[in-house]
Design a protein around this ligand. Structure first.
Ligand code: SOE
Length: 382
């Protein structure tokens, strides 16, 4: 019998994201005072031995090898989807119809149409939900949001973001299967657009508002790869690189670039925003630092300030150590889950909600359409 404030979690998938989320479930009660107590009830994966090993390591009480059984269980309140993108919709819709809360990995869906079906199901069920666009909850990025909302930058002119990696350059790398499903269009939907630019777009929509239209180009540098599962050489269907221009509805111009072919960059997510009075920039490799330039400073001391976002009065930092001491990537998931519990206790969705993630999906779809058509595309309003 569950205590009334228990939130009993069933997680589906035990890869990289299964670990980041499970870590969040364990850490939140230690560092926050959540209104609900996470209970790690079950992990689901097709391989029984792997599921058991994961359950043992992270402290899940039980395992399932069929996600439908997990959703049918009366002792699960929230379903966390950490499986490849092509499975999100079916699981999320079934979970919502069963009245479960849903936490879903990004990107929401394979495309906008499928994402809309997910949003319809989740909103009809009225269940708390969130999509794990975790970078919003880097304290320095949350502080950027605060500075923008306070009007410190004034009118925004430019928004620039990059997400650069280099892990798929080898032509010998196969596509598909457990670790490499991100290279397989049938499992991932798209390449860097859905995997990396989607993060940049989520942050941009949050910080700078809606995007009206886009003009994009994509490239697939390696045209054929062997499929891990079939052993056959197959056409590569994902975008290896994507860059796009856009107009934000607030009148500012956007410039975005992502690739997995930038030798020397493993996860370089940077953003810069230039406003009438001030500019800010941020780099994931130095995630505590928010650089800020304010033209209103006296000219004799005017310059880029390097704000080290660790003090207790900065977003999320009062829950951690003492000023000056850092936290890392995994804390973004801890912060999102702490916020999720606050929302869930009130029966509310937690931003980025399924609907917020649908807006990101609408931009991704417009980007891919634009690249294919070689012309500007309007973003479908959601
Ligand atoms: C891809 O390499 C990846 O792991 C993405 O899937 C994550 O969303 C991103 O945060 C880091 O890079």
């Amino acid at each position: 019998m569950a205590a009334t404030n228990d939130l009993r979690i069933g997680i589906i998938g035990y890869g990289f994201m299964g670990r980041t989320h499970s870590n969040a479930y364990k850490q939140v009660p230690q560092f926050f005072d959540p209104p609900l107590r996470p209970v790690l009830k079950a992990v689901c994966g097709r391989d029984e031995a792997n599921a058991k090993a994961f359950a043992e390591r992270w402290g899940y009480e039980s395992i399932e090898t069929d996600w439908r059984k997990l959703i049918d269980r009366d002792d699960i309140d929230a379903v966390d989807i950490c499986t490849p993108n092509n499975t999100h919709a079916e699981i999320a819709i079934a979970a919502a119809e069963a009245g479960k809360m849903v936490l879903c990995e990004k990107p929401l869906s394979m495309d906008l149409k499928q994402g809309q079906q997910m949003v319809d199901a989740i909103e009809k069920a009225g269940v708390p939900n969130t999509v794990w666009y975790n970078y919003r909850r880097v304290p320095a990025v949350s502080l950027a949001k605060q500075l923008i909302d306070e009007g410190r930058l004034g009118k925004i002119f430019h928004y620039r973001a990059n997400f650069l990696q280099d892990w798929t350059i080898s032509a010998d790398l196969p596509q598909g299967g457990a670790a490499l499903w991100r290279l397989d269009a049938a499992a991932a939907g798209s390449g860097v657009t859905g995997d990396l630019l989607a993060h940049c777009i989520d942050t941009a929509l949050w910080l700078n508002g809606k995007i009206g239209d886009v003009c994009a180009m994509t490239e697939t540098f390696i045209k054929e790869r062997t499929h891990t599962l079939t052993g056959k050489v197959e056409k590569v269907g994902i975008d290896d690189a994507c860059a796009f221009l856009c107009h934000f509805e607030n009148g500012s111009l956007g410039l975005f670039e992502s690739t997995r072919y930038a030798r020397g960059h493993k996860a370089l997510y940077t953003l810069e925003i230039n406003g009438e009075h001030a500019s800010i920039r941020w780099d994931l490799h130095d995630l505590h630092r928010l650089e800020y330039f304010d033209h209103r400073d006296d000219s004799i001391v005017r310059g880029w300030r390097s704000v080290h976002v660790t003090d207790g009065d900065m977003p999320y930092m009062k829950h951690w150590w003492v000023p000056g001491l850092q936290i890392g990537y995994e804390h973004t998931f801890i912060h999102q889950f702490a916020d999720f519990l606050d929302c869930a206790a009130q029966g509310k969705p937690c931003p980025p909600t399924f609907r917020d993630a649908l807006a990101t999906q609408a931009v991704c779809d417009a980007v891919l359409d634009s690249a294919e058509q070689r012309k500007w595309e309007d973003v479908v309003p959601v």
